[in-house]
Design a protein around this ligand. Structure first.
Ligand code: NI
Ligand code: MN
Length: 230
């Protein structure tokens, strides 16, 4: 499985010809690297969403329409996409489904999920994290969440190859809590996300990796545009 980081919580995942993008907030980022692709250039057959907040929902509708891609999302978010004419597959917390490309299972996340419209905030249900298994490898994308002890259960029941964890503080776990999350989840590799996109989440990702490695685990800061085979 190949994963490519596009900043914030956006990851492109590829395996055996299937291309999936998670939380495609692309055009809304202040791209200082020139490595964040134009949503018009994204070619995927599936979009995975953790929740409806604009820094995750991002360019979902444009990407879904251009590619005729299916949006896999928590029920309420899927219904928002369906009302916009997208193909959807609705799921919810604790549920998994075997797709043609592999398996997706939604987990809890402690956060919110309102969908911002011109007329105010629309109900977006509960936010989620997700486990994506393809080609024998599993990625855990935690979405936006605070630390929770059930991460221990997730780690015991699932062999996680890469854990994508928010570290930016303020809206989600900060470094200290994210390091504890790595201990609970016990992934092969921990990758930080949801930092430095906005002033309130300015955080040093190298400090996260340093603390993860001081506990005997493996961590890696992915540069924007960088790909990794896991
Ligand atoms: Ni959020
Ligand atoms: Mn967020």
């Amino acid at each position: 499985m190949k994963i490519t980081y596009y900043g914030h919580d956006a990851f492109l995942v590829e395996n055996d010809g299937t291309r999936i993008i998670i939380d495609p907030f692309l055009s809304g980022q202040d791209d200082t690297t020139g490595k964040i692709p134009d949503p018009e250039d994204i070619e995927v057959s599936y979009i995975l969403l953790t929740h409806a907040h604009s820094d995750h929902f991002g360019d979902t509708l444009a990407i879904a329409r251009k590619n005729d891609a299916t949006v896999i999302a928590p029920f309420e978010v899927a219904m928002i996409c369906q009302a916009e004419g997208c193909k959807v597959h609705a799921m919810h917390i604790g549920g998994g489904f075997n797709f043609d490309f592999g398996r997706v299972k939604l987990t809890i996340a402690h956060h919110g999920s309102g969908y911002q419209t011109a007329n105010g905030m629309e109900y977006g249900g509960n936010p989620c994290g997700l486990l994506l298994t393809m080609g024998g490898k599993t990625v855990y994308h935690a979405g936006d969440t605070g630390l929770f002890l059930d991460m221990k259960l997730i780690g015991e029941m699932t062999s996680i190859d890469a854990a994508l964890l928010p570290i930016g503080d303020n809206f989600t776990m900060g470094v200290e809590d994210a390091v504890m999350a790595v201990s609970l989840l016990n992934p092969v590799l921990a990758i930080p996300m949801h930092y430095n996109t906005f002033p309130v989440i300015e955080t040093d990702p190298n400090e996260f990796v340093r603390q993860v490695e001081s506990r005997g685990k493996k961590g890696k800061v992915m540069a924007i545009g960088e790909s990794l085979e896991i």
